[in-house]
Design a protein around this ligand. Structure first.
Ligand SMILES: [Mg+2]
Ligand SMILES: [Zn+2]
Length: 166
């Protein structure tokens, strides 16, 4: 018998430009939330391969007063509905509502949200990845001890995930 705790493997995903189309300005309502082609299929593949799928996203539009927490919840409910059409799901969503000038501990490139998720979901960093489209994603992930994959903005998550699980 071993007392070693079984830890989870995870793929952390940035949201805008990775799961949904990154537009000019912010995604402020469901009409502005457009899923990228095959991102649901990619997430389903992660689900099937027993990776936790956790979104880590900066949403400074909230503290810029362009978006409410409630409106963001609606956008995420809409995203989950889109994912479920492909029988895909995310395990958790962490977002930072702060503006850069607030100097919080959670806005990427700081690793705060990722570190919270690692603790809350018993994630082994050795078996986990972060996929994002910006340098701040890569820096935050590296500070949290994760391997990183940079995707082209609005690129194919499915191509990357297929390689990752093979
Ligand atoms: Mg992004
Ligand atoms: Zn923050």
């Amino acid at each position: 018998m071993s007392n070693d705790k079984i830890m989870n493997k995870a793929v952390f995903l940035d949201r805008d430009g990775v799961i949904n189309f990154k537009r000019d300005g912010y995604v402020k309502n469901v009409n502005e939330f457009v899923m990228l082609k095959d991102s649901a299929k990619a997430i389903k593949l992660l689900n099937e391969n027993n990776f936790l799928v956790i979104i880590i996203t900066n949403q400074s539009a909230i503290n810029r007063k362009l978006l409410t927490h409630d409106a963001l919840d609606k956008i995420h409910a809409f995203m989950k509905e889109q994912l479920s059409k492909d029988r895909a799901f995310v395990d958790d969503i962490y977002y930072c509502p702060h503006r850069p000038d607030e100097n919080c501990e959670c806005r990427k490139p700081k690793p705060g949200l990722i570190l919270d998720a690692i603790l809350e979901h018993d994630i082994s960093t050795d078996k986990s990845w972060f996929i994002g489209d910006s340098d701040s994603d890569m820096i935050a992930a590296q500070l949290a001890g994760l391997a990183t994959i940079k995707i082209q903005e609005n690129g194919s998550l499915f191509d990357i995930v297929s390689k990752l699980v093979s």
